[in-house]
Design a protein around this ligand. Structure first.
Ligand code: TYD
Length: 199
């Protein structure tokens, strides 16, 4: 089982990823956690370029670097873990590229999905948990020095709208979770959305 978490920056995804992992481990499952971009040596280097040192980048450059990190992660980490019977939980995956570079960056949904099919060789999460939160509520926790997170409230609003439109269009792949309330409340909603994992 491969589960990805998505949402605007600062929606609390990382905390929810950790809590779900603990929950599943409590049920005796082996869980592998990863995050995008990153998760391999090459991926972490690309992460540094993308989030810190890269400077101005056009969306087509960004998407190819994110996809390179993703390809490495799929080949070296995710596929082997799935083959070993582990549950893989990733903090972000392909839908982030579709939203940030495809919708907000203007490259197009189909275009990014088709680069994605090459990068992942068709591997998609069994379920994508979209932690939905009004950027108004998540914005204060963001790091203004982060190349990606310093882009302002309007940008985050467009990201949120992008994710919501994908969740509607590709509803089979998404569980839409209200990210408001306490960490425990959101965790409860995540668990409810994953009946197939509980069994
Ligand atoms: P990160 O610090 O991991 O943010 P978060 O805690 O919000 O996940 O930074 C990842 C940033 O990179 C985030 O702003 C989203 C962006 N991103 C893309 O633009 N495209 C992608 O394909 C991915 C995976 C992330």
């Amino acid at each position: 089982m491969f589960i990805a978490f998505e949402g605007v920056d600062g929606a609390g995804k990382s905390t929810q990823v950790r809590l779900l992992a603990e929950h599943l481990e409590g049920q005796g499952r082996e869980v592998l956690l990863c995050r995008e971009p990153g998760g391999t040596e090459l991926g972490e280097e690309l992460r540094r370029i993308l989030l810190v040192t890269g400077g101005e980048m056009d969306p087509e450059v960004e998407v190819l670097l994110f996809m390179a990190a993703r390809a490495q992660l799929c080949n070296k980490v995710i596929r082997p873990a799935l083959e070993a019977g582990k549950v893989v939980i990733s903090d972000r995956f392909l839908w982030s590229s579709v939203v940030y570079q495809g919708i907000v960056g203007g490259l197009g949904v189909e275009e990014v999905l088709s680069i994605g099919r090459v990068a992942t060789r068709g591997l998609l999460p069994d379920l994508t948990v979209l932690v939905d939160l009004d950027p108004e509520d998540s914005h204060s926790g963001l790091d203004e020095d982060d190349r990606m997170e310093s882009r302002g409230l309007d940008f985050q609003r467009r990201v949120r709208e992008g994710f919501l439109s994908l969740a509607e269009e590709f509803s089979d792949n998404f569980a839409l979770i209200d990210g408001g309330g306490s960490v425990e409340q959101v965790h409860g909603r995540v668990i409810e959305a994953l009946p197939q994992v509980q069994s």
